[in-house]
Design a protein. Structure first.
Ligand code: NAP
Length: 303
């Protein structure tokens, strides 16, 4: 297949490129750093600098849309919110417009989203059968961002494109993201529970994320929203103990919620809130997880 990938130079995108190339697909990566594309994504991967450069005659069989500015790194000032919005919602709108201009449309668009779509859900189980966020108009910025990102992608259905939305949980990978950030402090025995520690963390091992994307790409009966999370979410306290144990270290510390709120403002929700998300539609589609159990997934990463 000819595949166009946005966000292909990112942590998840790079993990996807190797198996896609190994399966014989040809990749083009939309990137603001075209000179880095072959280095980061693999030999023979082409770069596309602007969507406007996608000529209508150029055919892609599939589009995978993962671009997005990092969400937790910086305070959500008005300027930062604009960057977060434009790099996801506006970029997806432009991508769908380019799909509309293409003479032959791709068969499928797999488009990013996140479990932040559900907002802070406490003990409620978040099912991907839900099309609308349970918080409705009460959604926070993260929820609104995901809802608009999904809605922009769904417009491709109007061009006869099969659309799958990747409601992604915390991706655990050595190469970056949440796990890589926690690795050093936990390795030093500085593992820390966040607040009361009862908040749910819905995680997925990077190998299962890649496997799920390949399954959604292959099976043309699958469409709509999919929770990309392992079947056993963990509470923060259990996650903290499991991560420390996987690195053979204790985890004695507790970060008080008030200090986290003081330091992170609105973004504190990522650490103190959470959602218990289950991959009901992936499992119903017959997907089996290689890393369904947290202790085993963390042990595999620590090896
Ligand atoms: N990692 C997770 O745990 C997680 C969880 C839930 C959802 N997600 C979502 O999944 C997607 C991929 O995640 P990731 O961890 O691989 O992210 P990442 O490593 O930060 O990579 C994101 C990519 O997006 C592009 N990008 C960044 N800022 C941009 C901007 N201002 N305008 C246009 N493009 C921009 C970059 O490509 P270029 O520099 O090549 O242009 C970058 O390689 C993201 O949209 C993220 O929100 C990730």
């Amino acid at each position: 297949m000819e595949i166009l990938l946005t966000g292909g130079t990112g942590m998840i995108g790079r993990a996807l490129c190797a198996p896609l190339l190994a399966a014989g697909h040809r990749l083009t990566v939309l990137s603001r750093r075209p000179e880095q594309v072959e280095v980061l994504c693999g030999e023979g991967v082409q770069a596309l600098v602007r969507l406007a450069d996608w000529e209508p005659e150029r055919h892609f069989d599939a589009v995978i849309n993962l671009a997005g500015a990092p969400i937790v790194d910086r305070p959500w000032t008005a300027a930062r919110r604009r960057v977060l919005w434009e790099s996801r919602v506006t970029l997806t709108e432009e991508l769908v417009a380019a799909i509309g201009r293409a003479r032959t449309k791709p068969a499928v668009l797999l488009s990013g989203s996140a479990i932040g779509f559900y907002g802070d859900q406490g003990e409620a189980v978040c099912s991907d059968a839900q099309v609308e966020s349970p918080l409705g108009h009460g959604m926070d910025f993260g929820g609104r961002l995901c809802a608009a990102w999904e809605a922009a992608a769904r417009h491709a259905e109007g061009f006869g494109v099969r659309v799958c939305l990747l409601r992604t949980g915390l991706v655990l990978a050595r190469q970056g993201g949440f796990y890589a950030r926690l690795h050093l402090p936990f390795s030093l025995g500085l593992g820390t529970r966040l607040g009361h520690g009862r908040q749910w963390m819905s995680w997925i091992h990077i190998e299962d994320y890649v496997g799920a994307v390949l399954a959604l790409l292959r099976d043309d009966t699958l469409r709509g929203a999919y929770n990309l999370t392992a079947p056993q979410p963990a509470r923060n306290a259990a996650f903290t103990v499991a991560l420390a144990a996987s690195l053979h270290r204790p985890a004695f510390f507790v970060a008080p919620a008030c200090l986290i709120r003081l330091g992170l403002g609105q973004r504190a929700y990522f650490l103190l809130g959470g959602q218990k998300v289950l991959p009901q539609r992936l499992e119903a589609a017959g997907f089996t997880f290689r890393h369904a159990v947290l202790a085993e997934a963390l042990a595999a990463l620590a090896r």
